[in-house]
Design a protein around this ligand. Structure first.
Ligand code: AQP
Length: 339
């Protein structure tokens, strides 16, 4: 028997609304592969979600929804650790300590904050501003070495590395004595960015006010067909070369989605549909999406109705996460001289 130490992966999804195929293709589908190779921790990051206002009546339902989506998509609670962030107080505790390590200048450079705050910069929550410090805490609390990140999260991983390095330096824990390992980004095989069905320049998002912009886990087949039929495109024929896609964000997005679900390369998809009608492409796109999402939807709905089972999974996951994080938060406090 080998006594191999597995590398540790940490990732999370916010319970901030109805999950969609962007969350699936950009994150959850990859988690299913990851769990077989790594010690995997998949968190439901509710403390991140409340950086923008969440209806307390709905937040609990959204947490259950993420757990159901994880398991329906194939994450196995016996292999991976699935838990709710706020059930491990050490996330918030370490985040506070890291608030005192992280620098305002670093946070001021975060583009996601600038995008999310927009013109409302003075009125958004302090939580939204220090979100990257909480994300650093999530990762460092488990000494995770690998973090699956989409394009939008790369900058947050870089600041996590900066914070880890500064902590190690400030407290004399460098070189062979290094305390926090510097986490690396994990390159994901499946489509990393799915765009809105109504605007190819905008990310598909849970918080978009229009449901027509996204295909949700709970969408029935006829609704998926309707959303794809109404998805914005341009008046040009189906593309004949990959370079055309740069100028055509909407068709680019649909081809990407097709490729991610079918497993065919972008070039293969272009060759397959060159000279064909857009309606024919859209109809085949519905087929590949439904083919994968329909069984997931059945299981997702079944699981959402079995809250007792999901709560038990989350409780067991919390115990596993606590076992991993307790020694690390205790050592952090001792290094800093607290308590
Ligand atoms: N459109 C997307 N394409 C690819 N990946 C995506 N992810 C989200 N949207 C897309 C990935 O899903 C994981 C969980 O995301 P999150 O819950 O942390 O929040 P988010 O990235 O802010 O996702 P949303 O749907 O846009 O939520 P809201 O509207 O609440 O902000 C992450 O790995 C993310 O990259």
């Amino acid at each position: 028997m080998t006594n191999e130490i597995k590398e540790r992966v940490f990732s999370g999804v916010q319970p901030s609304g109805s999950l969609h195929i962007g969350n699936y293709l950009g994150a959850i589908k990859n988690f299913v592969e990851v769990q077989n190779k790594f010690d995997s921790i998949f968190c439901i990051v509710d403390l991140h979600a409340i950086t923008v206002w969440q209806d307390p009546e709905i937040l609990g339902e959204n947490i259950i929804e993420v757990a159901a989506a994880y398991i329906a998509s194939g994450i196995d609670p016996d292999k991976a650790t699935i838990f709710v962030q706020s059930q491990i107080p050490a996330h918030a505790e370490l985040a506070w300590i890291l608030n005192c390590v992280s620098r305002i200048g670093w946070l001021n450079r975060m583009t996601q904050f600038k995008e999310k705050a927009g013109k409302n910069r003075e009125k958004v929550s302090v939580g939204l501003y220090v979100y990257p410090n909480l994300m650093a805490s999530d990762i460092l609390l488990y000494h995770a070495n690998l973090v699956p990140v989409g394009d939008d999260q790369k900058q947050h991983l870089e600041i996590t590395r900066d914070i880890a390095q500064k902590f190690n330096n400030d407290f004399g824990r460098v070189n062979e004595n290094e305390f926090f390992p510097l986490p690396e980004p994990m390159i994901l095989p499946v489509a990393s960015r799915v765009m809105s069905l109504r605007d190819g320049e905008k990310k598909m998002s849970k918080s978009d006010s229009s449901e027509m912009t996204r295909i949700e886990f709970s969408d029935e087949n006829d609704l998926i067909v309707k959303k794809i039929a109404k998805a914005k495109t341009d008046p040009l024929p189906m593309p004949s070369a990959i370079k055309e896609l740069n100028e055509r964000p909407e068709i680019n997005n649909l081809i990407n989605i097709y490729s991610a679900f079918s497993g065919e390369k972008i070039e293969e998809v272009i060759n397959k549909f060159e000279g064909k009608k857009l309606s024919e492409f859209k109809s085949d796109l519905c087929d590949v999406v439904i083919n994968e999402m329909e069984p997931i939807r059945f299981r997702f709905k079944e699981l959402k109705n079995d809250k007792t089972y999901l709560k038990k999974i989350l409780h067991d996951g919390m115990l596993k996460a606590k076992e991993k994080s307790d020694p690390i938060i205790n050592e952090v406090k001792s290094i800093v001289g607290l308590g």
